[in-house]
Design a protein around this ligand. Structure first.
Ligand SMILES: [Zn+2]
Length: 236
């Protein structure tokens, strides 16, 4: 174990990697590849884990943001850290999103070689962060036909139970009611946004992994006190 790769990106000079929880140095309940300093893990272990990720990704640098469930997307190099998305044209920098049920989404304009990652939990999804991501890429001169999107591991539509207050913020196509419970399909909600912005259906791919069901990944819903996985993209 280590990471899963969306291999579509390789031919365009990029590596899109979603790391699982293995091969790190943190102890239970952060075992072992936790990349978050904010969950109670030993900071030196977290530093070591980020270095392990850097080496496995063969990156010069790992860049992550302080994810705050916003719709703010920054450019790498901006002097801002609180955000939920980041993009760059720079090679060698692995742009990483921390996740443990929320949806990590990777973008690349294959012609202009611009890469972007965003973090879409229910709040970011409700704020339309996937649409915002597309708008920024279009402002950078990207054509929707040239944008590849990868949806990383996250809690799936069969596992993500929500209350009415959250469900009411989403359209009926991403909500399912079953046995008196309500489930939210975050992947679908984001795909609707992406397609609405003109991204081609065939250019959007999900890794099809549920963090709640698959114990190779951290899941906040399942474990409460746990680490965070990392996923993202690097121009090589
Ligand atoms: Zn699931």
């Amino acid at each position: 174990m280590g990471f899963i790769e969306d291999k579509r990106f390789i031919q365009y000079g990029a590596r899109c990697l979603f790391f699982d929880r293995h091969e790190g140095v943190s102890d239970n309940p952060f075992d072992s590849l936790n990349v978050s300093f904010n969950v109670g893990d030993n900071p030196s272990n977290v530093k070591n884990n980020i270095e392990i990720v850097r080496q496995l990704a063969n990156a010069d640098k790992i860049f992550t943001i302080n994810q705050v469930h916003s719709d703010l997307i920054i450019k790498y190099g901006d002097n801002i850290k609180d955000a939920d998305g980041v993009y760059t044209k720079e090679k060698g920098v692995f742009l990483g999103i921390r996740f443990a049920d929320c949806v990590p989404i990777v973008f690349m304009d294959i012609k202009q070689k611009i890469i972007m990652v965003v973090h879409a939990g229910w709040k970011g999804t409700h704020l339309g962060i996937a649409e915002k991501a597309c708008e920024i890429l279009f402002d950078e001169g990207c054509n929707p036909d040239n944008i590849l999107v990868s949806i990383g591991p996250h809690i799936c539509k069969n596992c993500y139970e929500v209350k009415e207050d959250v469900a009411s913020k989403f359209g009926s196509c991403s909500i399912k009611k079953k046995d008196g419970k309500i489930f939210l399909d975050l992947e679908k909600a984001n795909i609707v946004q992406l397609e609405g912005m003109g991204i081609k259906k065939e250019n959007i791919e999900s890794m099809g992994i549920c963090t709640y069901e698959n114990r190779d990944f951290f899941s906040y819903r399942r474990d409460k006190k746990c680490g965070r996985n990392i996923g993202g993209i690097l121009l090589v």
